[in-house]
Design a protein around this ligand. Structure first.
Ligand SMILES: [Zn+2]
Length: 120
């Protein structure tokens, strides 16, 4: 059987019981995008595992997950962001920094990753 999603071992899968339903819709579209583009769909962090390393309220509230960008080109990331905004952009959370609603953000820095977030 094909596994569409992979989860890092430190991700607590029971956290999905507390996931905002909108987040599962977003997770579904992310999986679909990866399937259509033959890209890896690796979830690196949900809620309880994320609390230890950062204090993002969207993670704490069950409204965010992170994914690895390993295997993604910059063009893949651009396509993903456009795809997610088109399909489920209205479910995104408003970023505190600039008041803009976003469903996926590519965080830069040394631990570059995708952060998916939904509104309460
Ligand atoms: Zn995150």
């Amino acid at each position: 059987m094909t596994s569409f999603y992979k989860f890092k071992p430190e991700v607590t899968l029971n956290d999905l019981e507390n996931a905002n339903p909108k987040l599962l819709i977003v997770l579904g579209y992310f999986g679909l995008f990866c399937q259509e583009h033959t890209l890896p769909c690796l979830i690196t962090s949900l809620f309880t595992d994320a609390v230890k390393i950062r204090s993002s309220s969207t993670h704490r509230d069950g409204r965010a997950f992170d994914a690895s960008i390993r295997g993604f080109t910059d063009e893949d990331i651009k396509m993903l962001v456009e795809y997610m905004e088109d399909k489920v952009g209205s479910l995104g959370a408003i970023s505190l920094s600039d008041n803009i609603r976003r469903v996926v953000i590519c965080h830069g820095g040394t631990a570059r990753h995708l952060h998916f977030q939904v509104s309460p």
